[in-house]
Design a binder for this molecule. Sequence first.
Ligand SMILES: [Zn+2]
Length: 221
Amino acid sequence: MRYTKIAFVCVIIIFSMLTASGMVSRTSKVSDKVIYYEKVVALTFDDGPSRLYTNELLDGLKERGVRATFFLVGENIEGNEEIVKRMYDEGHLIGNHTYSHVKLVGMSDDAIISEISRTNEAISRITGEEVTFIRPPYGIIDERVLWDVSLTPILWSYDTNDWCSQNADCIVKNVVKNVKSGDIILMHDVYKTSVSAALRIVDELQAMGYVFVTADELIIE
Ligand SMILES: [Zn+2]
């Protein structure tokens, strides 16, 4: 299990190295135009939507013209449909983070498929689009789960540990100091500190010339 997680992180790291070396170009496709950026990162938020914090985050991202990626827990969607609709309408990417935030590896095929399909259906009912991406909880996935879920996994290359520190100053300082172009940054929109940290990270990285894209734009050329 752990090796699979490491393997996926390695794929992202290798991709980042290739990009940094100029072997792979980072692009963002806007209609028919392909735009090349020198400094680009993706902010990703897991475990929402949160009735308490996600709207505040969406307000801040909208003000700053930033699109992010949200991996939703299916059981949090009910009652928060308008937040999901807003994410979609404002151009954010929405992915699956299972229905009840479970570790998929080790579960039966039926249970895995239920966890994934219930969340896919809850999202699609709101957006009208099929879900393409999954972030497995804890970043743990193996070949059998991959086969069952039929979605493309997106892990991360930079973990802010925001759930653990819940200290906005510390989170911002670490990200700004250590982030590099091509990073997929892991955060959670279920803590107040994460929302304020994320918006400060956007301000600081934009001032450094970074452009924010959705995570799929970093893994798909
Ligand atoms: Zn999670």
